[in-house]
Design a protein around this ligand. Structure first.
Ligand code: PBG
Length: 330
């Protein structure tokens, strides 16, 4: 077969020309990942000096406020502009009272982060599931999560985050009317500059499993199908996003990310709004577990999934990989 290497096709287009070297590939690269599109989720607990690894999420820790400040400062220094805070209160009750307690972990963390970390965007998750004894996202009556009462509690929680100094509040409850209620209450109280990132297209997903361990928010009975989106639907997600924008959402979110990239593309194309995607706990744990087994090259699949999420239309990505990816991109 000595002639094989000298054979010449007469081709006008040879796409491989632009794939020849890394320098050429970098010129024609369409999607770029930079640390400034990442949002880093943190789980804040009571106490001091606490740094407790979440078993199902290696590399992710429950942190007391002082440790959260350390972690966020390091992330900021690595180029990550924002954190998303979740709180684990010391006490839970049926109505999730601790959600709007000014001294609960999230509110305390917001104050500490705004005081101690320069130029950090502090975003807070607004939901009741970490605060209720039954683990549901709202006030329960029989088998039902009562919408309007729940919304009033959520708006109070969001207000307490804004008072603490949050730049952005992120309602993740999927009740009807939460965004409107939060916007109204924040405006009434003089927090018209506090932005709202709404978990608008939040699917009822098995990929939240590890998070519920991290945030101690496993529902004690039933599930979240009465409010989160059916994974089979996309028109429904678009309607939901439209409603949330009309109620005042400044940023909309699609969640989880990888199984819903088509939804992400359609949301971005249809509404042209600042759009976030959440690479959720299960997406992270899946890659971690395979990598720890030596089955996947973690660095490659981390960047491949994050790039895919960006390519599909995300302006920003909430990811447990934020620090690791930022560090490698530097
Ligand atoms: C609700 C909330 C959840 C997540 C973010 N906010 C869990 C749920 O809806 O059960 C999941 C995030 C993840 O899996 O990483 N407060």
């Amino acid at each position: 077969m000595a002639t094989t290497t000298t054979a010449k096709l007469s081709l006008t287009r040879r796409p491989r020309r632009l794939r020849r070297t890394e320098a050429i590939r970098s010129l024609v690269r369409e999607t770029r990942l930079t640390p400034d599109c990442f949002i880093y989720p943190l789980f804040v607990v009571e106490g001091t000096g606490v740094r407790r690894e979440v078993p199902s999420m290696p590399g992710v820790f429950q942190l007391s406020v002082d440790q959260a400040v350390k972690e966020a400062s390091a992330a900021r220094a690595e180029g990550v502009p924002a954190v998303l805070l979740f709180g684990l209160p010391a006490d839970k009750d049926a109505v999730g009272s601790a959600a709007s307690d000014p001294d609960a972990p999230v509110q305390a963390a917001v104050r500490a982060l705004k005081r101690e970390v320069k130029d950090l965007v502090v975003i807070t998750d607004v939901c009741l599931c970490e605060y209720t004894s039954h683990g549901h996202c709202g006030i329960v009556e029989g088998d039902d999560i009562v919408n309007d009462v729940t919304v009033m509690h959520l708006a109070q929680a969001a207000l307490s985050h804004a008072v603490a100094g949050a730049d952005v509040v992120a309602p993740s409850d999927m009740m009807d009317g939460t965004v409107a209620a939060i916007r109204r209450l924040l405006d009434e109280r003089g927090y018209e500059q506090t932005a709202i990132m709404s978990y608008a297209a939040k699917y009822c997903s098995g990929f939240y499993g590890p998070f519920r361990e991290a945030a101690d928010s496993v529902p004690q009975f039933g599930d979240r199908r009465s409010h989160q989106l059916d994974p089979a639907n996309v028109d429904e997600a678009l309607r939901q996003v439209e409603i949330n924008i009309s109620e005042g959402a400044d940023i909309v979110m699609v969640k989880p990310a990888l199984p819903y990239l088509d939804v992400l593309t359609r949301v971005k194309e249809r509404f042209a709004q600042p759009t976030a995607a959440y690479q959720v706990s299960g997406e992270y744990s899946m890659l971690k577990a395979a990598a720890l087994n030596g089955w996947l090259d973690e660095r490659r699949v981390m960047f491949e999934t994050l790039t895919g999420i960006r390519r599909a239309g995300a302006d920003m990505i909430i990811t447990y990989y934020a620090r690791e990816a930022a560090r490698l991109l530097a």
